[in-house]
Design a binder for this molecule. Structure first.
Ligand code: B16
Ligand code: MG
Length: 215
C-alpha cells in the first residue's frame, strides 16, 4: 500500500522535552516524598499528563488523593513544565529534522503532528515549526491516550487520508502500538527501535528519505 502521508510524534521525535517533563514531575514527586527516577520517567513517553501522574503515584504511600487534588498536582506540574518550555528556541530543532520535514513535503507527502501533548502548539511555536506540518492532532483534540490510536486517526482525518496510506513516526512503544491499532505503517526511532512490531527502524531522522521516495 502506497504511503501518502507521514504523522510525526513530537516529544522524542521532533524535539526532546523529556528532561523538562522529568524535572517538573521530579519537583512534584520530591515535595510529596515519592521516589522518582529517570527510569520511571521513561515510562511516561507518549503517556497523557493524568496517566503519567498515576504512574508516579504508584510509589505514593500517603493518604488517598481525591480527583480534585490529582488535577491540582497535574496543573502544578504543567506550570513548572511550561516555564521550562519557555527556554526553548529554534536552535532546539536540528537542521536534519527541519530539512527532512521540508524535503518530504517537497516530495509530495502530506505531513501531520500526532502528539499526546496539550502543549504541542506552544512547543512548535517556540521552535518555529508551527507552519512545518499540514495538520496538527494533539492532546487537545483527543479523549484517549496512546496506545489508543485516536490521536493518529484524527491526524489522518484532518489530512483527508486513509489510515492505510499513513506512516507514523514514533519514539515510544505505546505510540507504535497506537499506529498499528489505527491500521497505519510505523517507523520507530530512539527508544522505540527495540520494539519488534515496527515496520521500519530509523537510525536517524533523515533515514525517512530512504523509505519515502519522490512520488
Ligand atoms: P502534556 P508526545 C507526550 O508527548 C510526552 O511524551 C509525555 O511524556 C507527556 O506526558 C504527554 O505528551 C502529555 O504532555 O502534559 O504537555 O499535555 O510524545 O505524544 O509528543
Ligand atoms: Mg514521544
Amino acid at each position: 500500500m502506497e504511503i501518502k502521508a507521514v504523522i510525526f510524534d513530537l516529544d522524542g521525535v521532533i524535539v526532546f522535552t523529556d528532561q523538562f517533563h522529568y524535572q517538573a514531575w521530579k519537583k512534584i514527586a520530591d515535595e510529596m516524598g515519592i521516589y522518582f527516577d529517570e527510569k520511571i520517567n521513561n515510562r511516561l513517553r507518549g503517556v497523557s499528563r493524568m496517566d503519567s501522574l498515576e504512574i508516579i503515584l504508584e510509589r505514593y504511600e500517603g493518604s488517598l488523593l481525591s480527583q480534585e487534588k490529582k488535577e491540582e498536582l497535574a496543573e502544578q506540574k504543567n506550570g513548572f513544565y511550561r516555564e521550562l518550555l519557555k527556554t526553548m528556541t529554534p536552535a532546539d530543532v536540528s537542521d536534519e529534522v527541519r530539512d527532512t520535514l521540508a524535503a518530504l513535503r517537497q516530495r509530495g507527502y502530506k505531513t501531520a503532528l500526532g502528539s499526546s501533548s496539550r502543549n504541542a502548539k506552544f512547543i512548535l511555536e517556540r521552535v518555529g515549526l508551527l507552519e512545518a506540518f499540514d495538520e496538527i492532532s494533539d492532546g487537545t483534540n483527543i479523549t484517549k491516550s496512546k496506545p489508543d490510536p485516536e490521536v493518529f486517526l484524527k491526524a489522518a482525518e484532518f489530512l483527508g487520508e486513509k489510515p492505510e496510506h499513513c506512516l507514523v513516526v514514533e519514539d515510544a512503544e505505546a505510540g507504535i502500538e497506537a499506529g498499528i491499532a489505527g491500521g497505519m505503517r510505523t517507523a520507530a526511532i530512539g527508544e522505540a527501535v527495540s520494539c519488534e512490531k515496527a515496520d521500519y527502524k530509523l537510525r536517524q531522522f533523515s533515514d525517512l528519505l530512504e523509505i519515502l521516495h519522490e512520488k
